[in-house]
Design a protein around this ligand. Structure first.
Ligand SMILES: Nc1nc2c(ncn2[C@@H]2O[C@H](COP(=O)(O)OP(=O)(O)OP(=O)(O)O)[C@@H](O)[C@H]2O)c(=O)[nH]1
Ligand SMILES: [Mg+2]
Ligand SMILES: [Zn+2]
Length: 359
């Protein structure tokens, strides 16, 4: 294996020059653990920790090593399995999420990714709102997004749903797959070039690991049957991990992200559907439900073909999902705050009790 096989580029070589002068070696982060990282060099994989200096100088969570990152390492002398991470090289692209907490912090889910496959399933979990949110995060990542609608074997509506997604995806390609059907992943072939890095993102249970197994041609990632009826299943993939396919594609698998935060949600809807919003303002009644009312501009536009039906359906679906999302987030946020507050109060009480006990 060479550095190029791991995705090394001339730009990285240039950025690495000062670290090379300091005797460091380049390695790619292939697995993220809590406080540890697996880093891979052309020779071997090692378990690495960050140096104290690096940790002292790093204040933002987003600047910590993430899967896909290139790092400058120092192999530990006399230990061929361990290493120290001295620095993270500048990222070409990064896919971030807002990790939820009392404060919102940026957390990098995957770095230096060429293509992000935003995977959804064409079953009861299909949710345009969520796809829109993933698209927004992917557009900000710098990587090329591709929307993957998986489990096409479970629906007869694949074509219609795809048309709805294409409306919000605009210039982003939308492909339909079935990971459990032979040849069902051929649609992704164009983006699977050797030495390029692709990442699979999407909710738990949509079939990311199954797609990867299918692409790699063997069971490299564990998958799990979904048991419960609402299809939420269990998180089977628990770590962000980078693997190399036999064809030399660098593939990042991620656990389903339940917490991808819907920031800028409303703006995103308005942006794509500005024309429809303008139309609704022309309805005769301001509270027009666009169903049976006389003088409805939407009904007129649908009738004369200036507004396509799938676009209208996408808009309606997004409106519904946004309203639902906003309610849910409000509730969750206040719940979280309460829980955190309780915890802090409890800790305080505990400390006071301990102190008074000591005296
Ligand atoms: N019918 C059908 N089932 C699929 C398809 N792809 C995956 N599945 C099933 O969906 C379940 C979940 O698949 P996984 O690949 O584990 O899902 P995942 O996205 O990796 O989930 P997490 O690792 O939890 O994020 C498994 O039982 C798969 O067999 C498909 O195209 N059609
Ligand atoms: Mg998985
Ligand atoms: Zn109307």
């Amino acid at each position: 294996m060479t550095l190029a096989d791991l995705g090394w580029t001339d730009a990285l070589a240039a950025a690495f020059a000062p670290h090379a002068a300091a005797g460091r070696r380049p390695a790619r982060v292939t697995l993220q653990l809590k406080g540890f990282w697996e880093v891979t060099t052309p020779e071997t994989a090692r378990l690495a920790e960050c140096t104290g200096k690096f940790l002292n100088e790093t204040t933002a969570v987003a600047d910590m090593p993430a899967v896909g990152d290139w790092v400058a390492i120092e192999p530990l002398p006399g230990d061929d399995l361990r290493a120290l991470i001295h620095a993270v090289l500048p990222r070409r692209t990064k896919f971030s999420r807002k990790a939820a907490g009392l404060q919102e912090v940026e957390q990098v889910v995957a770095a230096n990714v060429d293509t992000v496959f935003l995977v959804s399933s064409l079953d009861a979990n299909f949710n345009l709102r969520r796809i829109e949110r993933y698209l927004a995060a992917a557009r900000a990542s710098g990587a090329q997004p591709v929307v993957v609608l998986n489990k096409s074997d479970l629906t007869k509506q694949a074509a219609a749903l795809r048309a709805e997604v294409e409306v919000i995806a605009r210039d982003v390609p939308v492909v339909v797959t079935s990971a459990v059907r032979r040849g069902g992943v051929k649609a992704l072939a164009a983006w699977l070039q050797p030495h390029t890095t692709v990442a699979f993102l999407g909710s738990s249970g949509v079939g990311k690991s199954t797609l990867i197994n299918e692409l790699v041609g063997e069971e490299v990632q564990f998958t799990q049957e979904i048991r419960d009826i609402d299809g939420k299943g269990r998180h089977t993939t628990t770590q962000r991990e980078l693997l190399i396919s036999p064809d030399g594609v660098l593939i990042i698998d991620t656990p389903g992200m339940r917490e991808l935060q819907p920031w800028q949600a409303d703006e995103a809807v308005d942006d794509v559907f500005a024309d429809i919003r303008a139309l609704t303002l022309r309805c005769k009644f301001t509270d027009c439900s666009h169903t049976v009312e006389p003088g409805c501009a939407i009904a007129a536009a649908l009738a004369d073909g200036t507004l396509a039906l799938p676009r209208w359906h996408s808009y309606q679906r997004l409106q519904r999902e946004t309203a639902f999302e906003v309610r849910r987030v409000d509730r969750r946020a206040s719940q979280k705050h309460k829980t955190a507050w309780k915890k802090v109060t409890k800790q305080l009480r505990q400390r006071i009790r301990e102190k008074s006990g000591e005296e």
